[in-house]
Design a binder for this molecule. Structure first.
Ligand code: NIG
Ligand code: FE
Length: 409
């Protein structure tokens, strides 16, 4: 009986990312796709002349490389306005914290997002998303957190849901009500946390708009006690959590998050070595955000060696946001993860594929090129997988396949 495949990609090398300490390379390969899934991977195709494939749609990879579709597991892609003015202030010497304390920062974007319509926000975010897709992103996480009132948080999460429905990529929706204290609650942080836990979270959950709950645990954000209240509320609703932790100071956010089996803890420049084993035990992914590190001129490096030593999976993401990482290139983040954080190109690629998939708990379906998994794939015009980290800008992406369908060519 002959196999019938909806799509075959041949004349390719594959970095499957299905093995832990190398790329899992298969040379001279073909990938056979049916019903959105990778049905068969054929090795050494040219040495098996007896293989005949009935092909409706064949793609000749021309000797290029296939990787899993890239996954951006930490973004704030939906927002109004921009903060180029604050960038200029920082170039004159003002710090991120000073700008936040004087009413700028996240609050400036909250004001711009509140006054934007759902339609405007959708158009802006879809445009930003198109840059990421151009570089091979097939799954993305998007947070709320620039509304900080029920109406606007709902508006943001609805935009995320519509991007999931109407863009070619999958969107994981994160509720970040505890991003900062909105102006109308100034000085009443705990009362705002009440609103997040008792009103916003249950309501948005009921509407099916939350996949995971996040908070900003930081000296310019919320304390660990306030963060724990958010986690408790999530737990009561059966929602998983993740955390912005140890970006500017060490409040012990990661240790707390590990007690709630957080999907990931993100940033981590100030994470103490002592807390690293806790992450391993709770299966929490360490998500590093080199764009924010670079853009804030940070010099404290995340504890990479400790994360490696304890085998904590490391993900890499853009943290795309208007304040600390106005970045729409996951490939650039791979480059920065290697140059600034000294990750290997292999670790950087794992960080935007299998480990990013784990950070979003979609690793059973995507993040590797493996038989039975979803056919989310990127075809690259490169000679070695390390080139994806080596290049600074320039885009070698030749085609993007999502669920077995070509979405970019
Ligand atoms: O991940 N840290 C909090 N959230 C963002 C920054 C948001 C902003 O400044 O608008 C971050 O860096
Ligand atoms: Fe962030």
């Amino acid at each position: 009986m002959k196999n019938q495949f909806e799509m075959v990609i041949h004349n390719i090398n594959i970095a499957t990312m299905a093995t832990t300490d190398d790329y899992g390379v298969i040379h001279d390969a073909a990938i056979c796709i049916n019903q959105g899934k990778i049905e068969r991977i054929i090795k050494q195709v040219s040495q098996q002349p007896d293989i005949t494939l009935d092909i409706e749609t064949a793609i000749d990879g021309q000797g290029g490389w296939i990787t899993p579709g890239l996954i951006d597991c930490h973004t704030h892609l939906i927002y109004g306005g921009n903060r180029a003015n604050e960038f200029e202030m920082r170039l004159q010497g003002a710090t991120y914290q000073e700008i936040a304390q004087s009413g700028g920062g996240i609050v400036a974007t909250v004001n711009a997002t509140r006054s934007s319509s759902e339609d405007e926000l959708f158009k802006l975010a879809a445009k930003r998303l198109s840059y990421l897709i151009d570089e091979g992103v097939t799954s993305i996480e998007i947070k709320s957190g620039y509304g900080l009132d029920l109406k606007t948080e709902q508006k943001m999460l609805q935009v995320a849901k519509h991007l999931d429905q109407f863009s070619p990529v999958s969107v994981s929706k994160t509720f970040l009500g505890a991003h900062t204290v909105p102006p109308e609650f100034k000085g009443q942080d705990d009362a705002y946390i009440d609103l997040v836990c008792e009103t916003m979270m249950p309501h948005l959950h009921q509407l099916g708009l939350i996949d995971c709950v996040d908070a900003f645990c930081e000296n310019v954000g919320f304390t660990t006690a306030q963060t724990e209240r958010v986690f408790q509320a999530a737990k009561q609703l059966g929602l998983p959590v993740k955390l912005h932790a140890e970006q500017l100071s060490d409040l012990g956010g990661s240790a707390l998050a590990s007690q709630y089996d957080a999907w990931s803890v993100d940033h981590l420049e100030y994470l103490s070595e002592h807390d690293i084993p806790l992450l391993k035990n709770s299966g929490t992914v360490a998500t590093l955000l080199p764009g924010a590190f670079y853009f804030l001129n940070e010099s404290q490096l995340p504890p990479i060696d400790g994360l490696r030593k304890h085998n904590v999976p490391i993900a890499i993401a853009t943290d795309s946001n208007p304040g600390t990482s106005p970045c729409l290139s996951l490939l650039l983040m791979m480059n920065m993860a290697t140059t600034l954080f000294k990750l290997t190109p292999h670790e950087a690629l794992a960080g935007v594929t299998r480990h990013a998939a784990k950070a979003l708990r979609i690793d059973e379906k995507v993040g590797m090129v493996k038989e039975g998994m979803q056919a989310d794939l990127v075809l690259w015009d490169i000679e070695t997988p390390a080139e994806l980290s080596y290049r600074m800008a320039g885009n070698p992406c030749r085609a993007v396949i999502k669920n077995g369908k070509v979405i970019l060519n």
